[in-house]
Design a protein around this ligand. Structure first.
Ligand SMILES: [Mg+2]
Length: 298
């Protein structure tokens, strides 16, 4: 079974995320009563602080860092909002703040994102469909906006090839999108060890992500396979890959200019279970070598 992350893996998040960031900063200005100029200036200062020390700054949930804050615009905005809310003295209740940052504001502004698929995304999704591989898109984003992007890709295919082909693509992919995976949510989970130490990172990587576990485990059970037969490809090691790797799965990290060097260095020590990828054309060759690919089933 092959599991793909969506944002940053199949899409160019930096391109797509610009209207998200602009909208989020406007919301912060509205909520704090600060001018938009002041919010933007402070956001830039905070972003620089965060980039200089990825080990200390991150996406905190229940007081625990669940992912570095530097890797995509959706993550970068959260510590910025947290710090500005602290400075403005608003949303001090952790539950209300989390609901706002990961719920309302996130989903409202996610709807503003534009559509920029990553190079090779269409070829990869078409190849997976043609080979009828057991493949799913598992994302923190809501299911519907991701399905909408898949639908638009299918419509592009309909223009390029023919209508029936585009419709077949849409019908094949839409039910394979699983949103709201909440990969960032910590909690009780019986996984050993429950955290991972990586050279070059001065805090542990959290492996107890019960909601993400449930999503992956449900799909795994549907196919009656072991964790070793699960391959996950994503762009954020801590969110997408640390848990499936710890459970015995195979993982591919799609790197970009924001990927921390310590993640790349660590994953290179985990060959053949892990691969560092620079392009989507590397996904299927990696999957073909993994125990989960149909040609390797015994
Ligand atoms: Mg991602």
């Amino acid at each position: 079974m092959l599991v793909l992350d969506f944002d940053g893996t199949l899409t160019d998040v930096e391109q797509e995320g610009t209207p998200f960031t602009v909208g989020f900063l406007q919301d912060i200005a509205r909520l704090t009563g600060w001018t938009l100029d002041r919010v933007q200036q402070r956001a830039e200062q905070i972003a620089a602080l965060i980039a200089a020390d990825p080990g200390s700054h991150g996406w905190k949930v229940d007081g625990v860092i669940m992912a570095p804050a530097t890797v995509d615009p959706y993550l970068r905005i959260k510590p910025i909002a947290e710090m500005i809310f602290d400075e403005a003295g608003i949303y001090q209740d952790p539950d209300a703040r989390r609901e706002l940052l990961t719920g309302t504001l996130y989903s409202q502004n996610y709807q503003r994102t534009t559509m920029h698929f990553a190079n090779g995304a269409k070829d990869l999704l078409v190849a997976i469909m043609r080979q009828e591989l057991d493949c799913y898109i598992v994302t923190n984003s809501h299911t519907e906006p991701v399905q909408e992007k898949i639908r638009r890709m299918g419509m592009m295919l309909a223009d390029e090839c023919d209508t029936l082909y585009g419709a077949a693509f849409i019908n094949w992919w839409l039910p394979r999108v699983h949103g709201r995976a909440k990969k960032y949510l910590p909690g009780g989970l019986d996984v050993e060890p429950f955290e991972l130490r990586i050279p070059g990172l001065n805090r542990p990587v959290q492996l107890r992500r019960p909601h993400y576990f449930e999503v992956l485990n449900k799909l795994r059970n549907q196919h009656g396979i072991t964790w070793a037969q699960v391959t996950v490809v994503g762009d954020i090691f801590e969110l997408d890959l640390a848990l499936p790797l710890a459970l015995g799965g195979q993982v591919g990290l799609m790197v970009n200019e924001y990927t921390p060097a310590y993640e790349v260095n660590y994953l290179r020590t985990r060959t053949p279970y892990a691969e560092v990828m620079t392009g989507l054309d590397q996904v299927l060759p990696f999957y073909e070598r993994s125990p989960g690919h149909p040609r390797n089933h015994w």
